[in-house]
Write a protein that binds this ligand. Structure first.
Ligand code: BGP
Length: 488
């Protein structure tokens, strides 16, 4: 047995990381537009007003807004069956609380989805990939305020009505569990939550130094769960064929040692970091250990007993489970071990694994493990890998090419691991690798951290003419899709 015939091969991007055109055609500011670039060792910084002297990578990004036809044609040439992108909320409701949607923004996505259709590419649309309108952050404190649930619903219903014949697969929130990670990635990017003092700051603040209050964070996350469930319900009413997915930032964790304390710590962290959000969205209720988890975080969680919300969560369960997977790490109660990086947090280094240039440990077996584990946990729910890939510093060589054999060396065993899992019965619907075209890194804001099969001539000083070049991996992925994952 191999990959199903209709397997959704493709690639995934986020509007804010590739479109650019950050104020074009009536778009309003959204969270990523306020973030100045950083690098591996220096976090991204943030200033509540645009600093005209700073370089904001998302403002032009790779100008997908003006190149989408060319880019979709390249994706089609690789044989994409599916293209995951997000709608930038700020293009549709520039302030988030506008009375009417912005027609020019709606038209852009009409044209984009039509272009996909032209090549029989199925769009998979994230409704919020960190793109909360800035006005919602400053005026409403993001999802901490229940009014934001209504604003979000108005936005998503507008999208469902408008694109009901063009889009079938939806993700209400990108990596919803990132909300639990930390102040920058969690509170600001995922929840649009920022303290007044930070909103008023005149100095640049590193995102890691933003104020963080777990009580507010978990309240906002609860509101986001409710918003997501209401979106699923409303979407199914508008078009019963719609399919909704949770989207979890995954990784594999291992206990660092056989010390039972490490094993129990691993189990607890696995529950908190991954299962918590997955359970709420797939099973429609908080897991039995949620109360002790909240107590651990020092959070008063009366909201989980609210009867109306309980009903909403039950009625709005997702249809599939999608996740990102880049790397794995180890977990231990011993604080004195060597740490490693990842998109989740800093954890213990695994002596058996190599890492990317950004320190993300490469672990295809971990992907197999995670696929099997998720199927054990949610046996009725199809899975989809909607992000996976290698961020690397590609070099354009004298022959005008990019020989990225290291990227192929990363992807090949990950696809083989998927295949093993499918053979072992995992209901895997598809695979959209991250950043099929180079784009801005979410974590660091860099251009030099490239994931693409397609190179974009653009650098971290804002230089480059945005021209597109096929890397060696372009031809490899084309072959992979053509053979339905057989010829790697
Ligand atoms: C995920 C995000 C993406 C993406 C990816 C890679 O967490 O959903 O937006 O960027 O990570 O991370 P980075 O861009 O930091 O390399």
């Amino acid at each position: 047995m191999s990959f199903p015939k209709k397997f959704l091969w493709g690639g995934a991007v986020a509007a804010n990381q590739c479109e650019g055109a950050y104020l074009t055609d009536g778009k309003g500011l959204s969270v990523p537009d306020m973030l100045i670039g950083g690098s591996l060792n220096t976090p991204r910084t943030f200033l509540p007003q645009i600093d005209t002297t700073a370089f904001y990578p998302s403002h032009q990004a790779v100008d997908f807004y003006h190149h989408y036809k060319e880019d979709i044609a390249l994706f089609a040439e690789m044989g994409f069956k599916c293209f995951r992108t997000s709608i930038n909320w700020g293009r549709i409701f520039p302030n988030g609380d506008d009375e009417r949607p912005n027609e020019a923004g709606l038209q852009f996505y009409d044209a984009l989805f039509d272009e996909c259709k032209k090549y029989n590419i199925e769009p998979l649309v994230t409704l919020c990939h960190y793109e909360i309108p800035w006005h919602i952050v400053t005026e409403y404190h993001g999802f901490y305020n229940r009014k934001t649930i209504d604003l979000y619903l108005k936005y998503v219903k507008t999208c469902f009505q408008r694109y009901k014949d063009k889009v079938k697969y939806w993700i209400p929130f990108n990596e919803i569990n990132m909300a639990m990670m930390n102040a920058g990635m969690g509170d600001l990017y995922c929840l649009g939550l920022l303290e007044d003092e930070d909103i008023r700051s005149k100095e640049r603040i590193p995102v890691t130094k933003l104020k963080h209050d777990p009580q507010k964070c978990f309240t906002a996350l609860h509101n986001e769960f409710v918003a997501s469930a209401l979106a699923v319900k409303a979407g199914h009413e508008i078009n019963p064929d719609f399919k909704f997915g949770t989207m979890i930032a995954h990784g594999t964790m291992y206990p660092l040692t056989p010390d039972p304390k490490d094993m129990l710590f691993y189990q607890k962290k696995e529950h908190q970091k991954y299962d918590f959000c997955g359970d709420v969205q797939v099973r429609g209720k908080y897991p039995c250990w949620a109360k002790s988890m909240f107590a651990d975080y020092g959070v008063q969680a009366d909201f989980i007993d609210d009867l109306d919300d309980k009903r909403i969560l039950k009625e709005g369960v997702v249809d599939f489970y999608s996740f990102s997977y880049y790397s794995s790490s180890c977990i231990t109660t011993n604080p004195n071990v060597e740490k490693t990086h990842g998109n989740m947090s800093f954890r213990a280094k695994n002596p058996y694994l190599k890492a990317s240039e950004w320190g993300w440990q490469i672990d295809p077996d971990g992907l197999y493990y995670t696929l099997m584990r998720l199927t054990d946990r949610y046996p009725e729910t199809p899975l989809m890998i909607v992000e996976n890939g290698l961020g690397a510093m590609d070099q354009l060589t004298a022959d005008g090419k990019v020989h990225d054999k290291y990227r192929i060396a990363y992807l090949k065993p990950h696809i083989e691991a998927m295949k093993r899992a499918v053979e072992d019965g995992v209901p895997l619907m598809g695979y959209t690798s991250w950043g099929p075209i180079d784009l801005v890194s979410a974590g660091t804001g860099e251009f030099r951290k490239r994931y693409g099969y397609i190179y974009v001539n653009r650098d971290d000083d804002g230089r480059g003419d945005f021209s597109r070049i096929k890397k060696d991996s372009f031809f490899w992925y084309k072959k992979c899709i053509e053979s339905n994952g057989e010829d790697l």
